[in-house]
Design a protein around this ligand. Structure first.
Ligand code: ADP
Ligand code: MG
Length: 330
């Protein structure tokens, strides 16, 4: 059987049985943005890892090493944010092809250290290996949270409002600009969204601290895919309001200019690293207020419903089934 027959998530489901052999203090294993371990009364440790591989997640010839260093830490910070936690420690493992110069690696680590400092994150160690071909950077990260505040993918309930903490699609347009070597006024901002995403750690903390939200995830694979994960883990369905998918004007203008379908890009492409959450209609104003007062956005995009699967309510009022798909390896 080929890997593509089962896909990335079929693979994860397949290897899951037998992974957890001692569940004392394990509140969550495989199946969320982080594993969650009870460490002391009322406190949990969050544990996550994310890997960036040259030619799969980035193109070494295109992304400046400083930005690549930042991004390899940022994507892990985003998974801690998605649980409502505070990042604390990291390990960095790197497999380096012979062709890379020391100056490149210096810049890579300057990038990692700059974002680590911004988020008060220690780098406590890691591992270094030669790579036969492509650069691989793998980061493992710890964070902490109060047990009663942690937000899982599995908490969404029918009737919940679905919201994001920022706009979608800019990273996908930035990637398009890099790959197609397209220039456009302001395109640097889109490329920056792709190369240097800002993880919404403070927003995640505020949402968790409000104790008003039901579920949270970060948008790494695309909003359709990531909302699909929430639905799957919560045993619910969702309706996305097409008109409400949040995008900024530069992104829309870029898509229009190059005849790209901005709805496709904003729904199905990932790496925006904003947070996607669910909350009851009654509690929504509370979250909106705490987010807005800290400079984050609260952008409602749809509703959780009973049943399963994703539906898109289109501008003309019709509703159609859509796939919870997005970025997938294999
Ligand atoms: P995210 O996009 O938030 O990083 P993923 O979609 O990569 O999450 O992973 C989904 C879940 O599967 C997570 O709980 C992750 O820890 C787990 N997982 C992914 N790959 C593996 C693997 N090779 N072995 C064990 N667990 C894995
Ligand atoms: Mg995640």
């Amino acid at each position: 059987m080929a890997l593509k027959d089962i896909g990335e998530f079929g693979f994860i489901d397949r290897i899951k049985p037998g992974c957890l052999i001692r569940n004392r203090n394990v509140l969550r294993g495989i199946g969320d943005d982080c594993a969650v371990l009870r460490t002391s009364e009322g406190l949990v440790t969050l544990f996550t890892t994310d890997m960036l591989v040259d030619e799969v997640h980035f193109l070494l010839e295109k992304i400046p090493p400083y930005k690549l260093g930042r991004k390899s830490i940022a994507v892990n910070l985003s998974d801690i944010a998605a649980m409502g936690g505070t990042p604390t420690e990291a390990l960095v493992s790197i497999a380096i092809p012979d062709s890379l110069e020391v100056g490149y690696l210096d810049a890579l680590y300057q990038g990692m250290k700059s974002i680590a400092r911004e988020f008060d994150l220690n780098v406590l160690g890691g591992d270094t290996s030669r790579a036969p071909a492509n650069l691989v950077i793998s980061v493992a990260m710890l964070g902490e949270a109060k047990e009663e505040e942690v937000l899982y993918r599995s908490g969404a309930r029918p009737g919940d409002l679905i919201f994001t903490t920022g706009c979608l699609g800019s990273s996908a347009a930035g990637l398009d600009a890099v790959l197609e070597m397209r220039t456009y006024p302001g395109v640097e901002e889109l490329v920056e969204a792709h190369y240097n995403p800002q993880p919404h750690v403070a927003a995640g903390r505020l949402i968790a601290g409000s104790k008003a939200a039901h579920a949270l995830i970060d948008v790494s694979d695309g909003v359709a895919a990531d909302l699909g994960h929430i639905c799957m883990e919560s045993g619910v369905g969702a309706v996305i309001d097409e008109e409400k998918i949040p995008t900024n004007s530069l992104f829309r203008a870029y898509c229009e200019h190059f005849h790209l379908d901005f709805r496709q890009l904003s729904l199905y492409q990932g790496e925006d690293y904003v947070l996607l959450g669910t909350v009851t209609e009654d509690a929504a104003p509370k979250i909106e207020q705490v987010l807005r007062s800290a400079g984050f956005q609260f952008l409602p995009i749809g509703t959780i419903v009973s049943g399963s699967g994703l539906r898109l309510k289109q501008s003309n009022g019709s509703v159609r089934q859509i796939a919870g798909r997005g970025w997938q390896h294999f």
